[in-house]
Design a protein around this ligand. Structure first.
Ligand SMILES: Nc1ncnc2c1ncn2[C@@H]1O[C@H](COP(=O)(O)OP(=O)(O)O)[C@@H](O)[C@H]1O
Ligand SMILES: [Mg+2]
Length: 327
């Protein structure tokens, strides 16, 4: 695919635990284009954070590849060049635990600036970073305990920006914050994206948030991609029963939205854990359309409409020749 900035090919992360193997991410393929916001959406435990962690190199995948700007960066951060580490940053869900309480805002921002030497004048760059995230310059001398939750997250965003990255993994950046502050943080993030030509992998469990933020939406369930589509197409023509289930639980705010909302699908069955995955399609115990084949055969991710990928046996053989998403 042209102008791809990041792709995952057969990405897998298995955790060995005393209770067995957890397939946190299992054969995930995706592509992100330069300047795009890819919304990665799924319930808790679907493997979103694990995916983000592999991209920033917190750990390497068990199998598969992470490709960034054409180069294989599958190794963990310890093996990555300083340049790659500079280019890919992450913002974590909880700013209270990601900021060191003993460091002032200035000291926090100085750490990446000194490692990556991206600025000639550190003092000026600290003010510039604060202004980018729309905080006043005097915040440089505050400590985390003197900041509100949203302000702390803005400092964490400024820290990610310090190295002049081109790609930022945002792991539920607003879900630990009050609803009243969430919109403000999203606004700052979207302005930054345009201004600095950033690409975002925006991880969230809030599907409705993606309607206004994402260029494309990718749904994950139990370690696998279930559906990917451009945002407008995604909300207009959801295909996977799991996606329909998620959409049918979003509160509707207008008649226009009510008109396009799928009929309510009530899921049947239990939420399976990543430890003992059901055989076949791991969504089958919850799927209202379950067929015999679903209980034994895991469906591949296929292009069922242009740019619209889905893994579900409801869309069988005639889609088999279609391209995989990274081609
Ligand atoms: N370091 C780890 N060791 C063992 N299991 C893990 C580890 N990290 C994540 N998991 C498990 O992997 C699955 C996916 O977790 P995670 O990626 O955090 O999901 P999400 O971010 O979508 O909530 C979960 O079942 C979780 O318990
Ligand atoms: Mg998570």
């Amino acid at each position: 695919m042209s102008n791809a900035i990041l792709s995952g090919e057969g990405l897998q992360k298995y955790f060995q635990t005393r209770r067995g193997v957890i397939k946190a991410v299992d054969s995930v393929d995706f592509v992100m284009r330069e300047g795009e916001v890819l919304g990665v959406v799924g319930e808790s435990g679907s493997g979103k954070t694990t995916l983000g962690n592999m991209i920033v190199g917190i750990y390497p995948p068990t199998a598969g590849k992470v490709i960034f700007k054409g180069g294989d960066i599958s190794q963990g951060a310890g093996h990555r060049s300083l340049e790659i580490k500079r280019e890919i940053q992450m913002v974590f869900q909880n700013p209270s635990s990601s900021l060191n309480p003993k460091r002032s805002v200035r000291q926090t921002l100085e750490v990446p600036l000194s490692v990556h030497k991206t600025a000639s004048s550190v003092g000026e760059r600290v003010s510039e970073l604060l202004s980018l995230v729309e905080l006043p310059p005097e915040y440089a001398d505050r400590y985390p305990e003197e900041l509100g939750g949203g302000e702390k997250q803005l400092v964490a965003i400024a820290r990610a920006l310090a190295t002049n990255p081109s790609l930022i993994v945002l792991d539920e950046p607003t879900s630990a914050l009050d609803v009243s502050i969430q919109a403000k943080i999203i606004g700052v993030l979207m302005r930054l994206k345009d201004r600095l030509n950033l690409s975002y992998m925006f991880i969230t469990h809030n599907l409705s948030l993606m309607r206004n933020v994402a260029d494309r939406v990718m749904i994950m369930y139990l370690g696998k991609v279930r559906e990917v589509a451009p945002t407008e197409e995604f909300f207009k023509n959801p295909i996977h029963p799991y996606t329909k289930m998620l959409l049918s639980s979003i509160p509707v705010v207008s008649d226009a939205e009510e008109a396009v909302k799928p009929e309510k699908i009530v899921s049947t069955g239990e939420i399976a854990g990543a430890l003992n995955l059901p055989p076949g399609c791991s969504f089958h115990p919850r799927c209202p359309f379950v067929m015999e084949v679903c209980k034994s055969v895991d469906p591949p991710l296929l292009e069922v409409e242009p740019e619209h990928f889905c893994n579900c046996h409801l869309y069988p053989n005639d889609y088999k020749d279609k391209k995989a998403p990274w081609q």
